[in-house]
Design a protein around this ligand. Structure first.
Ligand SMILES: Cc1ncc(C[n+]2csc(CCOP(=O)(O)OP(=O)(O)O)c2C)c(N)n1
Ligand SMILES: [Mg+2]
Length: 570
């Protein structure tokens, strides 16, 4: 027995995919047959992770790829399952995370003409005009598997596109008859389907950039996802240390620059304040960042010379996007940083005195910033502030921990009060459809079983993550992690958004923002019920640290834990 479905699964295995996050249906009999056949014959295929909701499946593949760089596969049921991927496809696409999604499609014969022909009422309902259109706008590539004869080529091509920068999700669909088709095994060499090679700068561009950089008195680097690759972080540290360049992380998706480096000048999310260093900058290197600043709140001066380096400097998928950059380079940030560092080493006239005086100013700024942060995280008598909560988490973690941040109006607080220092130790979704945290934690733990994984989430984002599904899967697949809910009993963000546009509006005057949740709900019980997690609620600041420690002990012993912390609405 060797069908299109066997070839599809075999292709995924040969391409290095380890997991299939799967939600099966009437479109998948051939896949189920092939999986059982392989399992009975001890033939190695990717491991199936049964995912009771597609959003969690996709978020888990997202997290796995963030932690490893390796795309996994998500298998969903026709157009319905594709739609249930929901915001998770927005997240993978916008965050540039590689995932291969396969969906079956309704049979295209109805009188038994072929194996797989319609035999259930649902096949008429699930036959839609443009199933692939659901993913268009949120995938780099989509195609239909029409025969088993070249399904491997389609899978390898799809993965080549997914892994090439800018990375992203890809979509294949196959109608039932095509997936049942008997076919011959095709041998392909995976090494001939590698992602496109990373790009560098032309020599004259390196030289121009370095000349402008060395002329600058107040240069600054801004980045968001440079830390996708550890080597990039080291190369950026090398450059910044050599020239005493301050770094600002804007909307950080990864750990990009160690917070304990005294050139780190903080994180920017939606804060309504001009960053004092960016305000005075005369040179800005934006490297790996979609949103380096929000011009209505914070921006460099008009005179600053800006260079923009990214795998996707045109942002063709963002209809409105521009920054006043002198040059836009499509290139790999590691290679570019290596080019810049080498070019600087070759320069003979570098004003080291100026660099050292700048280092002193930036170091003072950093120290002052840390002092203010420590002030803010002091315990208050009756209420847990997000700063105190984050500092308490920081105190119980070690260097073997990965933190996930979906704390929304506490996004920046999580960054500055954890203060990540190790590449790969921190992730946010990198996009805007909420609920990534639960599935992503599961995927990251699957990828890095020896790490302690901690998800810091708003209460709204906890609901969005479908915790019942996340925790039943976490137990079934032995991926224990700690969730800490920053629970302000509602959506604080739309309140901030309303005040941002209408600071003295009627909503403010009546303190009526339409964002409040049921405050009697015990959120941790969901995880207890479906995943046998340890659950706790805390509102007393004095009890917080002990509860967090107990919860973390449970996680270290192999049981997930959810700590629901009542925090002040800020
Ligand atoms: C799928 C989705 N639905 C709605 C939103 C709009 N939204 C942005 S932030 C937010 C509130 C999140 O609530 P919570 O996690 O409790 O964080 P808080 O705002 O309270 O800090 C909402 C509803 C979104 N971004 N994505
Ligand atoms: Mg909230």
């Amino acid at each position: 027995m060797y069908t299109t479905s066997t070839a599809l699964l075999e292709a995924l295995h040969e391409a290095g995919v380890k997991y299939l996050f799967a939600n099966f249906g009437s479109d998948h009999p051939a896949i189920i047959e092939s999986l059982t056949d392989a399992s009975e014959k001890n033939k190695e295929l990717p491991k199936v992770i049964i995912s009771p909701h597609e959003f969690v499946a996709m978020s888990a593949a997202h997290g796995y790829a963030q932690a490893t760089g390796d795309p996994q596969a998500v298998i969903v049921h026709v157009e319905c399952g594709t739609q249930n991927l929901g915001g998770a496809i927005h997240n993978a696409f916008k965050a540039k995370v590689p995932v291969l999604v396969f969906a079956g499609a309704s049979p295209h014969t109805q009188e038994g003409e072929m194996l797989g022909s319609r035999n259930e009422f649902i096949h008429w309902f699930q036959d839609v005009n443009d199933q692939r259109g659901i993913m268009r706008g949120y995938s780099k590539y989509d195609n239909e598997i029409r025969t088993g004869k070249n399904v491997k080529q389609l899978v390898f091509r799809a993965l080549q596109i997914a892994k090439s920068e800018p990375q992203g999700p890809v979509y294949l669909m196959g109608p039932r008859e095509a997936m049942e088709e008997k076919t011959e095994r095709v041998e392909l060499d995976p090494s001939l389907w590698e992602p496109i090679s990373p790009g560098t700068l032309a020599n004259e561009h390196v030289s121009e950039l370095v000349t402008d950089l060395l002329k600058a008195k107040k240069p600054v680097v801004i980045t968001s996802y440079l830390g996708k690759q550890e080597e990039r972080v080291h190369e950026l540290v090398k450059l910044c240390n050599r020239l005493a360049i301050p770094v600002i992380e804007s909307v950080p998706q990864t750990m990009n620059f160690p917070f304990n480096n005294e050139l780190h000048c903080g994180y920017q999310w939606n804060e309504n304040k001009q960053h004092p260093i960016l305000e005075k900058a005369d040179f800005v290197l934006v490297i790996d960042s979609d949103v380096p600043w929000i011009p209505t709140k914070n921006k460099p001066p008009k005179k600053a010379i800006i260079y923009y380096i990214d795998a996707d400097p045109l942002k063709e998928d963002m209809p409105l996007w521009y920054i006043p950059s002198k040059r836009f380079f499509r290139a790999d940030s590691l290679l570019v940083l290596q080019q810049i560092n080498k070019a600087i080493n070759r320069r003979r006239t570098i004003d080291n005195e100026q660099i050292e005086s700048r280092r002193e100013i930036i170091t003072n700024f950093h120290r002052q910033m840390i002092k203010q942060l420590r002030e803010k995280e002091k315990m208050h008598a009756n209420v847990i502030t997000p700063e105190y909560l984050t500092a308490s988490v920081r105190e119980i973690i070690d260097e073997n921990t990965i933190i996930l941040n979906e704390a929304i109006t506490s996004y920046g607080i999580v960054n500055s009060h954890i203060g990540h220092t190790e590449p790969g130790s921190y992730f946010s979704s990198g996009a805007g459809s909420l609920g990534w945290n639960g599935g992503a934690a599961l995927g990251i733990k699957l990828a890095k079983p020896n790490k302690t994984v901690i998800s810091l989430t708003g209460d709204g984002c906890y609901y969005f993550s479908i915790p019942s599904v996340v925790h039943t899967m976490a137990e079934q697949y032995d991926t224990p992690f700690l969730t800490v809910i920053y629970n302000n009993y509602g959506w604080n963000a739309p309140r901030h958004s309303t005040l941002g546009v209408h600071p003295d509006g009627i909503a403010k005057r009546h303190n009526k923002f339409w964002i409040d949740f049921n405050d009697k709900s015990n959120l941790a019980k969901v995880a207890e019920a479906t995943g046998n997690a340890f659950g706790a609620q805390v509102s007393d600041p004095k009890e917080l640290k002990d509860v967090l420690k107990t919860a973390l002990d449970h996680v270290k012993q192999g049981r997930s834990a959810v700590v629901d912390v009542q925090i002040a609405r800020i």
